[in-house]
Design a protein around this ligand. Structure first.
Ligand code: SF4
Length: 213
């Protein structure tokens, strides 16, 4: 029997179609993008990514000083902090000789712990990296997902990992489905389930409690 989360997935997929995330040319670019998009929108993160394009190689970024890197990624905001975070990530990545395929072979939860030990990589960034950079099926329990499910009438666990596990318990362990699910929820939060929602024409309206308090 399908879970409510699967039904939500199906309704979103039927409405929006495949999202084919993450928008990046390479897995490495995706990983850097996931740090740049912290605490900002994709437009600002993408501007920084475009500036960084000529250096989109771990060895080249490693050669930049934190100050040089910060100047290149200015448009993403919090650029000094993010430069240090990217440097910390590159330091970890270097331990694996910048070999993404090698990292993909690490157990999902072991890898998650390693990522969480890198300075500036929190749960949401780690899960986005796991899902789109390292091909590990995992639910990204971000604020958009929380907003949508709460409004639909689900009682969500308050902690990030509690919420994540709540979804994963009832959702197939399938990389492609998780890949699409996060992208679809982000799209839905942008198009309909905004801070001020557009419920009248929302594709989930018939299955939603519209709990807006
Ligand atoms: S009906 Fe309204 S509250 Fe429910 S998912 Fe759609 S936009 Fe969000």
């Amino acid at each position: 029997m399908q879970s409510n989360y699967q039904l939500t997935y199906d309704m979103l997929f039927n409405h929006y179609g495949p999202q084919n995330w993450w928008p990046a040319d390479t897995h490495f670019e995706m990983l850097i993008g996931s740090i740049l998009v912290q605490n900002t929108n994709w437009r600002n993160a993408n501007k920084a990514l475009q500036k960084l394009k000529p250096y989109m190689d771990p060895e080249l970024i490693d050669q930049l000083s934190a100050e040089e890197l910060a100047q290149l990624i200015r448009s993403s905001g919090f650029f000094n902090i993010k430069a240090k975070r990217i440097k910390a990530f590159i330091g970890w990545f270097k331990n694996y000789h910048y070999d993404i395929d090698k990292i993909k072979k690490i157990d999902r939860w072991e890898l998650r712990n390693e990522l969480l030990n890198i300075n500036g990589i929190g749960r949401e960034t780690a899960d986005v990296m796991l899902l789109y950079g390292f091909d590990k099926p995992i639910f990204v329990a971000d604020a958009y997902a929380r907003r949508i499910f709460y409004r639909m009438g689900y009682d969500m666990q308050t902690s990030y990992d509690g919420f994540r596990q709540q979804i994963e318990k009832d959702f197939p362990d399938d990389l492609q489905l998780y890949n699409e699910f996060h992208a679809l929820l982000v799209e839905h939060a942008k198009q309909f389930c905004r801070v001020k929602p557009i419920c009248e024409t929302c594709p989930l309206a018939n299955n939603c409690d519209q709990r807006l308090d």
